[in-house]
Write a protein that binds this ligand. Structure first.
Ligand code: R5P
Length: 212
């Protein structure tokens, strides 16, 4: 089985568990594609056999966390900065499972009032930040360059991140996705639309599974 390994505090639990099952001999014949340098290092330290997307372009299953999940199982991802590699790996997977706690559930994407990330090239990032903020499809959003202390945050792909903040949920996330991707210099965004097959939600009353 070819497995996609997500990034973030929730996905890290899944990676640990996969490592443990391998060690106990309860999981065999897997090779995993990590979605960030962080996850690569974690998986390597656990002895999980690893490959790149170049070597294993057809995945069976990807497991990852999410920042927001809407009722149609569309999600926002990338508050940990790994959105681009996550999207590449997860789109290449036959099945994509998101693992979240109930705090991630929203009525509409952008609704948590926290960041919706957009990965942009470093070149003239301000130009793209202003163009993102002016898109009618993102009406009223506030855009901020993500920082790491005094310096801009740099992704695993050597790009910057512009975080978008909304007062109300995005009206049409498909239209927003299209408009964002049409800007030259934007690499990708954290809207993962029509990608998730199953969401496993941990809540105060137990586990709930939602699927398409
Ligand atoms: O870039 C980070 C990823 O998209 C994470 O999957 C997402 O931010 C959720 O992370 P966490 O499980 O830490 O809330």
């Amino acid at each position: 089985m070819v497995l996609g390994l997500g990034t973030g505090s929730t996905a890290a639990f899944a990676v640990d568990r996969i490592g443990q099952l391998l060690k106990e001999g309860k999981l065999k014949n897997i090779v995993a594609v990590p979605t960030s340098i962080r996850t690569y290092e974690q998986a390597k330290s656990l002895g999980i056999p690893l490959a790149t997307l170049d070597e294993q372009p057809n995945l069976d299953l990807a497991i990852d966390g999410a920042d927001e999940v809407d009722p149609a199982l569309n999600v926002v991802k990338g508050r940990g900065g790994a959105l681009l590699r996550e999207k590449m790996v997860e789109l290449a997977s036959k099945k994509f499972v998101c693992i979240v706690d109930e705090s991630k559930l929203v009525d509409g994407l952008g609704g948590s009032k926290d960041a919706m990330p957009v990965e942009v090239v470093q070149f003239c990032w301000k130009y793209n930040l202003e163009r993102l903020q002016a898109l009618p499809e993102l009406a009223g959003c506030k855009a901020k360059l993500r920082m790491n202390g005094e310096k801009p945050y740099v992704t695993d792909n050597s790009n910057y991140i512009v975080d978008l903040y909304f007062d109300t949920p995005i009206k049409d996330s498909h239209a927003a996705s299209k408009a964002i991707l049409a800007l030259v210099g934007v690499v990708d965004h954290g809207l993962f639309l029509d990608m998730v097959d199953v969401v496993i939600i941990a809540g105060s009353t137990g586990i709930e599974v939602k699927q398409k």
